[in-house]
Design a protein around this ligand. Structure first.
Ligand SMILES: NC(=O)c1ccc[n+]([C@@H]2O[C@H](COP(=O)([O-])OP(=O)(O)OC[C@H]3O[C@@H](n4cnc5c(N)ncnc54)[C@H](O)[C@@H]3O)[C@@H](O)[C@H]2O)c1
Length: 377
């Protein structure tokens, strides 16, 4: 694994917990973690259970006792690391967004294909049992034809103008702001549940243009390093309309300025026979409305997706004994480990990452040109 902070901790936990709950032929061994600061990476390795560490990610990739490279570093590092790992014949699991640009993403997808390695991108929200169950309801035709997808991803962790200029706010490191950081997840949910997006039109805004220099210190917390100010070069908020290839229409909104919304990742889908709603902050629940319900009984029903019938839920506790955010990553790693055995790259993989990146780029182009942009797949 390269990187060891927010997502590094999350992935380490998922590798450790996977065999506790799921049986897989391929089992993760926490062989080595890489970071640039020796004291810090040594401490992280000890705390998170990695057997060894490297201070240069290229050295990690060269090691022949390693089969999988997990990339949990900021976005500007993804392309070089993934392409080097693919050339070394390592299977790859990588955090989102895949890259900074479509061009980088396509080179990465080409490298994993050419080297025939298994690849996956960490859009973890797909793997909540309630979201998987929503997918099953849609596939079974329970909602009929789909008319609307409404995806919101609202956070507020940078609303304070004193929150520092961290890597997430620099275009050359992150690619984009709320767009690639969180709208990318809503786009993945939309693609998973509804299908491919055909065209988009959107707007983006940066509310706070300068911030004190600083860095992330784990999770979504940060510290100010200096009294110098630097320029924010990404969007603070984005909103866009989309039309899917199957005729469904969508609205998306993503912001890190929605006061009071900590991680409000939600979607609602309206179809000819009913609607479904999901909210990450109550991630075990799915709300379902069916037009066929008897008059007088009509209303959204609340399904707690913790029964054996709900994907992945049966691996845990009795019904009603809920699971959390970290479990979405255990499920993702479970699918990845099955992929390592079968040789098939699970979804979402680098091809999904490229499509997602094309939608991100189209939204940016649209915000600049104030025109609808068709996605060129
Ligand atoms: N799936 C999700 O829900 C989710 C959530 C948060 C972040 N992410 C993604 O995960 C990735 C990492 O984000 P994070 O929040 O963990 O960031 P973070 O700032 O908490 O951690 C980044 C880690 O990368 C290391 N690093 C930075 N540059 C490096 C380099 N050049 N070489 C080696 N190591 C380097 C840092 O030392 C740190 O350990 C990003 O791509 C981000 O978009 C995904």
């Amino acid at each position: 694994m390269i990187g060891y902070q927010f997502m590094g901790k999350m992935h380490s936990h998922a590798y450790r917990d996977l065999p506790f709950f799921f049986d897989t032929e391929a089992r993760p061994v926490l062989q080595a973690v890489a970071g640039r600061n020796e004291a810090a990476v040594k401490q992280a390795a000890e705390k998170m259970g990695w057997a060894s560490y490297e201070t240069d990610w290229r050295r990690l990739i060269e090691r022949d006792d390693i089969d999988v490279i997990d990339i949990v570093t900021p976005n500007h590092t993804h392309a070089d690391m993934a392409i080097a790992a693919a050339e070394a014949g390592k299977h790859i699991i990588i955090e989102k967004p895949l890259a900074l640009t479509v061009e980088q993403a396509e080179r990465m997808a080409e490298a994993v294909k050419r080297n025939n390695v298994v690849h996956m991108i960490c859009h973890n929200y797909r793997f909540a049992p309630a979201v998987q169950y929503a997918k099953k309801l849609i596939q079974d035709g329970v909602l009929g034809r789909l008319y609307h997808f409404r995806g919101n991803y609202l956070q507020d962790f940078i609303i304070d103008p004193a929150f520092p200029l961290v890597w997430r706010l620099k275009k050359e490191v992150s690619g984009s702001g709320a767009l690639g950081d969180i709208a990318a997840h809503s786009i993945d949910l939309a693609r998973f549940l509804v299908g491919d997006i055909h065209e988009v039109v959107g707007t983006m805004e940066t509310f706070i243009k300068k911030r004190p220099i600083g860095e992330m210190v784990g999770g979504l917390s940060a510290k100010v390093d200096s009294d110098q100010m630097g320029e924010v070069t990404v969007d603070d908020a984005v909103a866009f309309l989309a039309r899917f290839e199957n005729g469904t229409v969508a609205t998306f909104e993503a912001t890190r300025f929605a006061a009071g919304n900590r991680n409000k990742n939600t979607f609602e889908i309206n179809g000819e026979k009913g609607s479904i709603r999901w909210d990450m902050e109550n991630m075990n629940n799915l709300e379902v409305y069916l037009t066929e319900d008897a008059p007088g009984l009509q209303g959204f029903r609340l399904i707690n997706c913790t029964e054996d019938i709900h994907p992945y839920a049966g691996a845990y506790w009795p019904p009603g004994h809920i699971i959390g955010y970290e479990h979405t990553f255990i499920h993702l790693i479970y699918e990845f480990m099955k992929g390592v055995t079968s040789g098939e790259s699970p979804r979402p993989n680098f091809e999904d990452g490229v499509k997602n990146q094309k939608i991100l780029a189209a939204v940016e182009t649209s915000a600049q040109t104030k025109q609808w942009v068709t996605i060129d797949y």
